[in-house]
Design a protein around this ligand. Sequence first.
Ligand code: CTP
Ligand code: MG
Length: 232
Amino acid sequence: MRVFAIVVAAGSGSRMNSKIKKQFMELAGVPILIHTLRVLEQSPLIDQIVLVIGQEDLERVQALIDRYKIRKVTHYAAGGQERQASVWNGLQVLRALVDMQQDLVIIHDAARPLVSTTDIERIVESAREHSAVTIGTPAKDTIKKVNNGWVEETLLRHQLYAVQTPQGFRASLLYEAHEKAMRDNHLGTDDASLVEWAGAPVWVVEGSYRNIKITTPEDLQIAASFLQEENI
Ligand code: CTP
Ligand code: MG
C-alpha cells in the first residue's frame, strides 16, 4: 500500500484581496505553498505528491520546487474552475500511478501551511482503518443556521466539528465519489462531503486549532505568530 498526496494550489485567493495569489505570499520569508509542501516532504508516510496549480504558474512553481528541494512532487495537474474540479484533475493524473484498491490518497489544501507531520500521520493511519477520513476540530463558537437574517435553528455545539484538510481515502472510494459527482453535477465543499453524498461513512480524526486555512489577510498574522512560536 502506497500513500499519494494531492495538493490543491490552483485557487485565485479572492478573499485575500492581494495582488499576489495567497499560495505564493510569504510567511517567515518562505512561500505558503512551500511551507505546506515541506511538511508533506518530511512525512515519512507520504510517497509521492501530485501538485495541482494554475497553468500560468507552472514555471514559477517548478523553480520554487527546485530551489527548496521538494523531491516528492513528481507530477503536476492543471487547476479547474472550482476546487472540486482541481481535485478531479489531480485524480486523473493519479489514476495512472495508483493501485485504486490498495493505495491511499491524501488531499490537502496548499492554503494550510500549518499542518503538522502528526496530523498527516493520524490521517494516514486512520484512513488505513476507516477508508475515508477527515481531520477536524470541535466547534468553539455556537453555530446558528440563518435564513434571510433570521435564526432558523441553533445547532448542538457538541455535535459540530470544523473540518480541515488533510483528508484521506482509499483511492477507489474517492475516485468513484468524484466521478459520480461529476456525472450528477453535484458540487460539494470538500472531498469528504462527496464521499458522504455517495453513501460511504466518513470518520473524523481530531486535529489542531493551529491548522488554519489562510483565507483573509488577518490569517497571515495568526499563521506568522504560530510559526514564530514553533521556531523559538
Ligand atoms: N483551490 C484550487 N482550485 C480552485 C479553487 C481552490 O486548487 N479552483 C485550492 C486553493 O489554492 C487552496 C484550497 O483549494 O489551496 C482551498 O481553497 P480556498 O481557501 O477557497 O482558496 P481560493 O479558492 O484560492 O480562495 P478564495 O475562495 O478566497 O478565492
Ligand atoms: Mg475558494
